[in-house]
Design a protein around this ligand. Structure first.
Ligand SMILES: [Zn+2]
Length: 504
């Protein structure tokens, strides 16, 4: 009795002990697939301080909202954990928006749309550069005017050359930046197209081009801060909330800067080249070192069909592993997969048991007799279903068998070599000859990828205490025709409890 009295007194004096946190954001009336076992399905999710605080019925979750809570009514749509792409080249993805190709454009509207699509993802102030347009092949064939693109590009200067490089098209933002107006005179040999009032209308010819081109930054394709922001916004538009960057460029400094300024919309695990493992070891960096946004501690290498180099590979793998780093080696084809598995197993034997999570990147086209070695030695197969089974059709990996063997698999894209869209990967994995279930494919693109980067305790499922990384899709990929999965749209992406993408 006394005990209850104490509890009651505490409850009334300090109601905060008992009161659940109010939610920053709730998603209600949803078809939630948690990718966890209990519960596997739910109607609603509540989020506070970047974490999931409740998963349950709309009624129960609604009770956590107050006047400051953002409420998203999903209207029955599918909610999944944010996708985690286990194999990307982040800088290269961002750089696909650094140059806009205009050579196959056939109409002014198409020209405008290409430029607007770049503006959608790049940060404010970044230039839109490109080339190849030729209005003489367009219908109608009038020279383009800045009015075509100004609405879509208020904060981004546009500067795109035509097909022979003798003319360039610019927008109002570029004219402003270069302080060019009605009273600007043409240099000798130059021409500025003008409207009826004498204002420059968008096209500069000959020597007049330099009036604008001298303002174009020379580090455009090396401005990693802008390039990563672009890739991150693009990722958010595809429902991707985490990526594992297997490029060997060290992007850690710009990533940390973007994280601090709140401009990073994607969690990044940054891998560097295996040959640089001693640099990380010298700093005592171990696998998955960092915070929930930016981590490092993995090293990546290619294994080719070359036995000469296996001794060196074995030495580096064993050394990096002994230093506590995570090792990921690229292998495509029977012999490279065998070489990597051999090398990993030797390191396991030499360095003893530990939770090391060796990864074979691609693990494509391994010999059937080598597949059981993955599960036996706890080696992760980091696979890209769209790259090998979508685009190129030929399905040589038996996904069903690989999953039946209880192989730990992570899914990713290998963008920018191929498309970044995870729904393409999921569709390829479920429609390939020996396909897996949609549930398995989604789980592999969320839980599997989180495990591959030592993050399964904090993300990958929709559970209380996990990071609030979520995606709302336009259609239920579990019930529609499997061949239509790639046509499903991302409606909302939430990362760390904030909406980082919303389609309109
Ligand atoms: Zn790659």
């Amino acid at each position: 009795m006394k005990f209850f009295t104490v509890v009651l007194i505490l409850f009334f004096v300090f109601p905060v002990f008992a009161a659940p946190d109010n939610a920053d954001l709730i998603i209600i009336n949803a078809n939630v697939r948690t990718m966890a076992s209990l519960p596997a399905r739910a109607e609603a999710v509540a989020v506070a301080n970047g974490e999931i605080i409740a998963v349950g019925t709309t009624k129960a979750v609604r009770a956590l909202a107050d006047e400051n809570t953002k409420i998203i009514d999903a209207e029955g749509r599918l909610v999944l954990p944010g996708f985690n792409d286990a194999h990307v080249h982040l800088g290269a993805i961002g750089n696909t928006f650094s140059t806009v190709k205009l050579d196959d454009v056939k109409t002014p509207a198409e020209f405008a749309a290409r430029i607007a699509n770049v503006a959608k993802f790049i940060p404010k102030g970044r230039w839109i550069l490109g080339s190849g347009w030729d209005n003489t092949r367009w219908i109608p064939n009038d020279a383009p005017t800045k009015a075509l693109v100004d609405d879509a590009t208020p904060d981004n200067p546009v500067f795109v050359y035509n097909t022979d490089g003798k003319a360039a098209f610019v927008n109002t933002a570029a004219l402003k930046l270069a302080s060019i107006n009605k009273s600007t005179k043409e240099p000798p040999g130059g021409l500025i197209h003008r409207d009826t009032t004498g204002e420059p209308s968008g096209v500069f010819r000959g020597s007049a081009i330099i009036l604008i081109s001298r303002f174009v930054p020379t580090n455009h394709t090396k401005n990693w801060s802008e390039i990563i922001q672009t890739a991150s916004r693009y990722a958010a538009s595809l429902g991707i909330t985490s990526v594992q960057d297997t490029h060997s460029d060290d992007l850690l400094i710009p990533l940390r800067e973007l994280e601090l300024s709140g401009k990073l919309k994607t969690r990044v695990y940054d891998c560097i080249s295996l040959s640089d493992w001693q640099k990380l070891a010298a700093k005592k960096t171990k696998a998955a070192t960092g915070n929930a946004m930016v981590r490092t501690g993995c090293v990546k290498f290619f294994a080719e069909d070359d036995t000469e180099e296996t001794a060196e590979l074995d030495r580096d793998v064993a050394g990096a592993d002994k230093a506590g780093l995570q090792v990921a080696i690229h292998a495509i084809g029977p012999r490279p997969n065998e070489i990597v598995l051999d090398s990993f197993e030797k390191a396991i034997k030499a360095n003893g048991p530990r939770d090391r999570r060796f990864r074979v990147e691609h693990a494509h086209n391994a010999r059937p007799q080598d597949w059981p070695r993955f599960a036996r030695s706890n080696i992760i197969a980091s696979m890209q279903p769209w790259l090998f089974h979508g685009e190129n059709g030929a399905a040589s990996d038996d996904f069903k068998k690989i999953f039946d063997l209880r192989t730990i698999v992570a899914f990713g894209s290998d963008a920018s070599i191929t498309e970044f869209d995870p729904l393409l990967g999921i569709q390829a994995a479920v429609t390939s000859k020996n396909g897996i279930s949609v549930e398995q494919a989604v789980r592999t693109y969320t839980v599997g990828s989180a495990f591959a980067e030592f993050q399964e305790k904090v993300k990958g499922t929709i559970e209380v205490g996990k990071l609030a990384d979520l995606v709302i899709l336009s259609d239920d990929i579990f019930s529609i025709d499997r061949s239509k999965i790639s046509g499903v749209r991302v409606l909302t992406t939430i990362m760390n409890g904030s909406v980082v993408y919303a389609s309109n």
